[in-house]
Each structure stands twice: as structure tokens, then as C-alpha cells.
Design a protein around this ligand. Structure first.
Ligand code: NAD
Ligand code: WQD
Length: 351
């Protein structure tokens, strides 16, 4: 790691949107730990400000927070007039694939409209270092695995389309620098399947209602909050017939963001990178590992496949290692252990 980049990071102030959410809360904790100052923004549409006190306790540091919608340019403008920031990590978005198909305009407005407003205000304040949360969903059904960044892109859902549109908007901005303007420098991070929680058990994923994603479902069934797990299909062309994904520990994912910020603050070029482990894990493997490492039962039943699921999707993460020196360190057992610790210790208001 370049010492001057690390020094630039620990002197920096970072605007984090979607800071109270699953990934945002872990990122803020780590940024504070790295010595950064943080200006946190969220509209709490899928989270609660209660998490901030736990972040401050964990990090032993405080930060600025504001209830702001990223589509509200006046509120963002006011905030950035009060706090000078060096870079932005943009997590704020709606993320349910099924909901996006039922409410396409809401997703387009929030995710694409929100991005455009945020970029406009950032430019006004001279902040042009930007990290964008994208998703492996932009690859659709990949032609081959592991998937490299140069694979063809094909978003199937409206949610996926909002991520692809976000990437394209950012590509336009980085490709052109009008005269007398500072160039945008953007790192687009395509996350595979983030799971697990902070090892303290103090923060984690707190989905509202029935979770969409596998790991929170598994943890809630293990805790007896739901009677059984539905495994969506076991006749896929994979080794055990269930779908294969690239689960990545939230702490590794967050480390990827810190590495991206270091790169940007050290005047690094714009990049698009996969954040995954490079390992494919089946649904059945994940459930069995969870039961084994935690010594709990997860009753399950195989049901019909879920519409839109692809058989296999896992990353070629070599580019992130090459350019950022980043790679994932936690294994599936760590992910299952930390997800369960969080499930057992999470505040009742989030149960
Ligand atoms: P999350 O829902 O837990 O967090 C998103 C946060 O953004 C929430 O706190 C929500 O209240 C806030 N938010 C949404 N719209 C907003 C708006 N208009 N203004 C201000 N705040 C707003 O989701 P997450 O899992 O932490 O995801 C973070 C980002 O990562 C999202 O962009 C998501 O699309 C992306 N992503 C997530 C996954 C995943 O599996 N969790 C995978 C790939 C990409
Ligand atoms: C994983 C596997 C399911 C629940 C989604 C989004 C993607 C990204 C990450 C944001 C699949 C199976 C699940 C259950 C099951 N999010 N499953 N029973 O679908 O890979 O990706 O989240 O960007 O865009 O599409 O993740 O956790 O929903 O599912 O059998 O109750 O688990 O069929 O094979 P997915 P997931």
C-alpha cells in the first residue's frame, strides 16, 4: 500500500449516501476506523438512524449525519456548503429486484434521478471523486464464469437497468472533460453477493418484512422466526442442481471501497471492478455450511425455481487485485458465523 495514499485517506472527509443501510453502516464504521471524517446521508426509506449510535460506539468516533434524500438538491447543496468533502461513496438506492418490476418509475426516479441530482450538486462543490455501488446483476445470465469486467452487460430487471444506466451516466462523465473543469474520477464497483455482518455482532443486515436474499432467510429460519427455507430449484446445470453464487463477506466488500477511495485520493484513474471472491457456492453448500459452523438446524424444502434466477454467477476478481491490491480474505464459514452472531444479537426493534 502506498503510504501517501493512506495519509490522504486518513485526512479526507467522505460523503456517504445510504449510510444507515446494510453496506453503508459497515463502510462508515471502517472509514472512521481509518481516521476519515464522514458526512452521512440517508432518507431512512429502508433503514433507521438508530444504527448510528452503534457505529459510533464501535468506531469510537463521531460523524456528521443528515436526513436527506439524494434527489433533494437544495438539501444536498446546503449540506455541502456546511461541510467540505473530498470524495463521495454513493450507496443510496432501492435494491429489490421484484419490487422494481412492480414499481419501475419509483426505482428509476430514486436510483437514476438520485444519482443525477447528487452528481450535479457534487460538481457544483468541486467534488469529483466518486465510488458507485453497482451490481453483478448488470451481467444478466453470464455466458461464462468466472465473469470478467469485460463480459457483455444485460440487465434483466428494472433494478438492474438502473445500475446499468448509472454506470453509463458515469462513463459519459469520465469520458469527457469540458474546458476549465476538473475531470471526474469514478470507481464503479460491481458487487456479487454481499453477506455476513460486522464481527462484533453490533451491526448487520436488517431487512424489513420477508427477506429477498438467501443469507438473511437462512438466519431467520435458524432463529425460528420462519418455519423453513424454500430452496428455489435443484435441477439447474450445476454440481448439486442448486444455483451457484459468489458470496462475499461484508467486511471484505467494505475493504474494497476503502482501497477504491485510496486509489481516487491518490489521483488514480477511473475504473470498473468486480468485488467478489472468485469462488462459486451453491445454495445447498451455503445452507449446510451455516448449519455446521453454527450448530443449528435450518429446515428446508426444495420448491419451484424463482423467476429470473440464473444458474451460475461468480466473479473473476483479478482486476481489483491487480489495480487496487485488494482481495477477499473471509471464507464461507466466516460469513455464516458472522451472519448468525448478528441474527442472535440484533436489537429487537430490527428483529
Ligand atoms: P440498503 O437498502 O440496506 O441501503 C441503502 C440505503 O439507502 C438505505 O439506508 C436507504 O434508506 C437509503 N436510500 C435509498 N434511497 C435513498 C434516497 N433517495 N436518498 C437517501 N437515501 C436513500 O441496501 P444495501 O444492501 O446497503 O445496498 C447499498 C447499495 O449497494 C445499493 O446501491 C445497492 O443497489 C447496492 N448493491 C447491494 C447488493 C446487496 O446484495 N446488498 C448487491 C449489489 C449492489
Ligand atoms: C441467492 C440464491 C436464489 C432466497 C440478488 C440480486 C442482485 C444483488 C444480490 C443487488 C439464488 C436462492 C434465495 C431463498 C433460495 N442485489 N434463494 N431461497 O438473486 O443472486 O442476487 O441479490 O444488487 O442484484 O438479484 O441473491 O440472495 O436473492 O439469492 O433458494 O429464500 O439463493 O434462488 O439462487 P441473487 P439472493
Amino acid at each position: 500500500m502506498d503510504d501517501s495514499n493512506q495519509a490522504a485517506l486518513s485526512r479526507s472527509t467522505v460523503l456517504v449516501t445510504g449510510a444507515a443501510g446494510y453496506i453503508g453502516s459497515h463502510a462508515v464504521t471502517e472509514l472512521l476506523r481509518q481516521g476519515c471524517r464522514v458526512v452521512a446521508v440517508d432518507n431512512y426509506s429502508n433503514s433507521s438512524s438508530e444504527v448510528y449510535a452503534r457505529i459510533e460506539r464501535l468506531a469510537g468516533a463521531s460523524f456528521v449525519r443528515a436526513e436527506v434524500d439524494v434527489r433533494d438538491d437544495a438539501a444536498l447543496d446546503k449540506l455541502l456548503s456546511q461541510h467540505r468533502v473530498d470524495a463521495c461513496i454513493h450507496f443510496a438506492a432501492l435494491k429489490s429486484v421484484s419490487e422494481s418490476m412492480a414499481q419501475p418509475l419509483r426505482y428509476l426516479d430514486n436510483n437514476v434521478g438520485g444519482l443525477l441530482t447528487l452528481l450535479r450538486v457534487l460538481r457544483k462543490h468541486g467534488v469529483q471523486g466518486f465510488v458507485f455501488s453497482s451490481s453483478a446483476t448488470v451481467y444478466g445470465d453470464p455466458v461464462r464464469v468466472p465473469v470478467p469486467e469485460v463480459a457483455s452487460l444485460n440487465a434483466v430487471s428494472v433494478y438492474g437497468a438502473t445500475k446499468l444506466m448509472g454506470e453509463k451516466i458515469l462513463q459519459q462523465l469520465t469520458a469527457i472533460t469540458p474546458e476549465f473543469e476538473r475531470p471526474w474520477r469514478v470507481v464503479v464497483l460491481r458487487y456479487f453477493n454481499p453477506v455476513g455482518a460486522h464481527p462484533s455482532g453490533q451491526i448487520g443486515e436488517a431487512p424489513r418484512g420477508v427477506p429477498n436474499n438467501l443469507m438473511p432467510c437462512v438466519a431467520q429460519v435458524a432463529a425460528g422466526l420462519r418455519p423453513k427455507l424454500n430452496i428455489f430449484g435443484d435441477t439447474y446445470p450445476t454440481p448439486d442442481g442448486t444455483c451457484v453464487r459468489d458470496y462475499i463477506h461484508i467486511q471484505d466488500l467494505v475493504a474494497g471501497h476503502v482501497a477504491a477511495l485510496r486509489h481516487l485520493l491518490g489521483d488514480g484513474a477511473s475504473l470498473t471492478l468486480n468485488l467478489g471472491t472468485g469462488l462459486g457456492t451453491s445454495v445447498r453448500q451455503l445452507v449446510e455450511t451455516f448449519m455446521q459452523v453454527n450448530g443449528v438446524a435450518v429446515p428446508y424444502e426444495v420448491v419451484a425455481p424463482r423467476a429470473g434466477d440464473v444458474a451460475q454467477c461468480f466473479a473473476d476478481p483479478s482486476l481489483a487485485h491487480q489495480v487496487l491490491g485488494w482481495r477477499a480474505h473471509h471464507d464461507l464459514a466466516d460469513m455464516c458465523r458472522d451472519a448468525w452472531r448478528w441474527q442472535c444479537s440484533r436489537p429487537r426493534s430490527h428483529a
